[in-house]
Write a protein of this length. Sequence first.
Length: 699
Amino acid sequence: MSAEPVLSLLSAPGAVTEHPDRFLDRELSWLRFNQRVLELAEDDNLPLLERVRFLAIFASNLDEFFMVRVAGLKRRIAAGVAVKAASGLMPREVLERIWTKTSDLVGRHASLFKDEITPLLKSEGIELIRWADLTRDEQRYCKKIFKERVFPVLTPLAVDPAHPFPYISGLSLNLAVLVRNPKTESQHFARVKVPGSLARFIPLGNHRFVPLEDVIGEHLDRLFPGMEVVAAHTFRVTRNEDLEVEEDDAENLLKALEKELLRRKFGPPVRLEVEEDIDERVLGLLVSELDVTDEEVFRLPGLIDLRGLHDIADLDREDLKYASYLPGTHVQLAPVESASPVDVFEALQRADVLLHHPYDSFATSVQRFIEQAAADPHVLAIKQTLYRTSGNSPIIDALVDAAESGKQVLVIVEIKARFDEQANIRWARKLEEAGCHVVYGQVGLKTHCKLSMVVRQEPEGLRRYTHIGTGNYNPKTARMYEDLGLLTTDEAVGEDVAHLFNNLSGYSRNASYDQLLVAPDSVRSGLQRCIDAEIEHHLAGRPARIRIKANAIVDEELIDALYAASQVGVPIELLVRGICALRPGVPGLSETIRVRSILGRFLEHSRVFWFANGGEPVVYIGSADMMHRNLDRRVEVLVPLPDAAQVAQATQLLDTAFAPTTAGWELHPDGDWTREAGSSSRPLEDLQEILISRHHRHR
């Protein structure tokens, strides 16, 4: 059982608020999400290099959790604003449970890599070896590499009365070095930063690799000539790197954000990772100088910072990976006879298209849509939101081309997209220089919605072509993230999107939309109405059911609405990738609610809200999760699927996800998750493999 308070099982139904401990803690729920990632790395049925990839993902996820969530808890405690969470826990209680749970997960992670994955890699001819295991020839090669490529970029920083303790940048890998002066026998501390610009694992040939820190550690005498190296230990610091920007107006936001990005580098430490056998004097110095508590120190067996395992997972060993998959062009956008790309506008005039990435190619759908619009002389305007995009983005290039050819181009750039701020600042400036109208959204609200609109002159008049999606306009992540997107010429949807762009770029404050639900004005109330309607349908004997697919379900108000629906008997199925604060299956509260989670080779990212609606299902897709920030502090959009065929497509997706033959994790009332994968003789089916096969057959 978990350490969270377990809900007492109340048999008699009553008001939802009579259940004071009805919410799971969001931070602890997130740790259980990362535990599910770790369980994939532990799954010996998965290809070996995919298990390596999940080890790296676990490490990256945990870094962000500490930089943002743990840092936020510490900040609230320090500021004296430590109020109870919805789970009933105080921030300090949550923090203590985080230390306990994280310590367990980190230990499992390190042991899995050291004791199981490393030997398995060796059996497949991929060796991650330490310095002591190198051959003489390999040591000579590493010495040459150190002299030519590593030594020139190293900077040893001494600590003594004349040299204060150096600043340790967040997530950098470092060597804590003890040296002795042979003349005076005095010992001194120095820090050597492992260059992040160099590969973490140095290739030795024949798929043999040695950690960069081992090579540096073996040649420290070159950095401290005349001194005796007594000991060297690897360590890493995680800092508070969440941004805090007070917005006065959009014009000053760019400068404020650039200043805050500089400040981010100097955030207070929230975690110290050290080697298991670190010298106690060195550890004492690090703890003292970095001002971390004992709970924030993590002693790890083996290598620190396994994010570098992405490079190993990228090795050219297709036999150790998932079978390769090439997304196909959606059947409605596929050319029938000609080898040239289909005319997207002509295709959309025939019928709207519901895309499902990565099964449907992003390049031949959304990207093609924007590129064709940029080149089409009949297109008068393109309006686009950008939250995150890729390096060398073809979307950016197409918008630049459109502006340079005289089209009106409006781009809403969200430069506060966490950890992508610097890149988005660069895109904003590039777009402005090309003549695009660049706007940074509304003060106090992140623009998270995924919208693109093309205005085209046609013989019968102007027509709006609109794309509304659940994922970013990022061709790179579109190959790895599961997302939905609607390409439509629906006039009512186009009218709403046009109003929303005017709200974002001008002074219009129209909060009323005919088709769209738009946060912060109407997503919360719209979903509440849909849930209330299902209660009415159920009480009247009509078909009633709720199905939601989301990244996170945290918002207490909407969770209470789902509890109320469950109390009258409405069947509810929730598919949640990450955090879920709702407790399912509690007598008298949530008996009809089932919560599943599916993780796999693709990151489940789409948001789908499905309501039986008395027998005529209504389905919304869009950018909003059921979290406070999405509902109240962001510009989000949900669009109803306008066509019965698209509703059926979304329904089939959910039918497959919730089928008893489909593998996944099931959430229990106490917050624990159980993986349902079937037996070795009768394994359950993987949702993503089912969809790969289904899309392959339909091409």
